[in-house]
Design a binder for this molecule. Structure first.
Ligand SMILES: *Cc1c(COP(=O)(O)O)cnc(C)c1O
Length: 373
């Protein structure tokens, strides 16, 4: 079977291999069969292995997109009469604040500049001033801007004050190496379609089993999205509590094989090659990026719109899209940016091809890449 290969430079879902796509094509199976439960068990362990968790850590699967994990962790891990502190320097941590608001959970929105990493001292000061904070929440990589946050340092401060530390690693997991123990993380999360290079519909939380068990005594704020109830379902039956995304699970098992065959450091080196190629291509065309290089995650570049009145991100997008390349709008407050991302089963030669097409897109629309001032 010929499957057209598209190069997705959006921040997920990412480009996948044909072998992952085709792994979904299997005989029909009822997911309540024992053979399927067996697959799930191995999958859950491998998701912990990717972040080097030991036997104290488990993973819990959900059917849904990545935001579901944010919802699950926030609504399930807050004891009664306690507060969540959200270290907020971007669109994804703002989403976490909105989740707290939606559930009416007590929280502190610690607003930080969007173009800088979270200030660890500000987190520590806020926890010290608010002894009812029990959960600290941060985003590893603010995918909207490309800023990387110092999770190990934030985690150390959270633990010093006896708080549970939750990190949204949706856009770093299985790309930037993470060590859940050394990085002082109690819970992290991701979805199958980003770093794992699998399909949409499966997301998962990796975290401390003892804390999940303790959370059985916390208020239940959601029936479908409760971490302990989902975990308990797996413990009792080996299965997902409700219907799992069967095809995505087959794809993800194949994606995990490919992940371990490539290896953590080789895969990160490949994403780094792609990221460097993106920077080089942008610099050659005269584009500027919004975030200081030293603050960038190595996975997303926020590119400032040029000042030429002919500039049209829609026209450039459409030109590239018709030729198999997808660029994506930015998410940095009111800054006029688009994003190029180094996720997915792509390598530096794909980026070289992309920049040929981007150059033609600029020429055919009469766009000059210049900035006033
Ligand atoms: C992609 C992403 C999510 C989840 O987004 P969905 O659209 O729900 O899959 C959450 N957090 C971060 C940091 C992300 O990059």
């Amino acid at each position: 079977m010929e499957i057209k290969r598209n190069i997705l430079l959006n921040p997920g879902p990412a480009t996948t291999t044909d072998s992952v796509k085709l792994a979904q094509v299997v005989p029909d199976i009822c997911p309540r069969e024992k053979e399927f439960a067996g697959l799930i068990k191995g999958l859950r362990r491998e998701l912990v292995d990717i972040v080097h968790g030991d036997e104290r850590y488990t993973s819990v699967l959900f059917c849904g997109s990545g935001t579901l994990n944010m919802d699950v962790c926030l609504n399930s891990l807050l004891p009664a009469n306690k507060k969540i502190l959200v270290a907020n320097n971007g669109a994804y941590s703002s989403r976490a604040v909105e989740i707290c608001e939606a559930y009416g959970m007590p929280h502190i929105d610690l607003k930080q500049p969007i173009e800088l990493p979270v200030d660890v001292a500000a987190v520590e000061k806020t926890i010290a001033e608010n002894p009812d904070v029990a959960v600290v929440y941060a985003t590893h990589h603010e995918t909207g801007s490309g800023v990387l946050n110092p999770i190990r340092e934030i985690g150390a401060v959270a633990h010093k004050h006896g708080c549970t530390f939750i990190v949204d690693t949706t856009s770093t997991y299985a790309m930037r190496p993470i060590n859940i123990i050394e990085d002082n993380v109690d819970f992290l999360m991701a979805s199958a379609q980003k770093g794992l290079q699998s399909m949409t519909g499966l997301s998962f939380v990796v975290g401390r089993e003892d804390i999940i068990r303790a959370s059985a005594a916390y208020p239940v704020r959601s029936y479908y999205c409760n971490l302990f109830m989902q975990y308990d379902g797996f413990e009792k039956t080996g299965e997902m509590r409700f219907t799992p995304p069967v095809q995505t699970i087959y794809a993800t098992i194949q994606a995990l094989k490919e992940y371990f065959a490539e290896g953590e450091s080789a895969k990160w080196a490949r994403h780094t090659r792609v990221f460097e190629a993106i920077h080089k291509g942008l610099a050659d065309l005269g584009f500027r990026n919004l975030i200081k290089r030293e603050y960038q995650s190595g996975l997303v570049v926020s590119v400032c719109y040029p000042d030429d009145p002919n500039w049209s991100v829609e026209k450039v997008h459409d030109y590239c899209h018709e030729r198999g390349f997808t660029i994506y709008p930015g998410k940095v407050g009111s800054a006029r940016t688009f994003r190029l991302c180094a996720l997915g089963a792509i390598d530096a030669p794909d980026i070289a091809e992309f920049f040929k097409v981007l150059k033609q897109a600029l020429e055919s629309n009469g766009i000059k890449v210049t900035y006033n001032g």
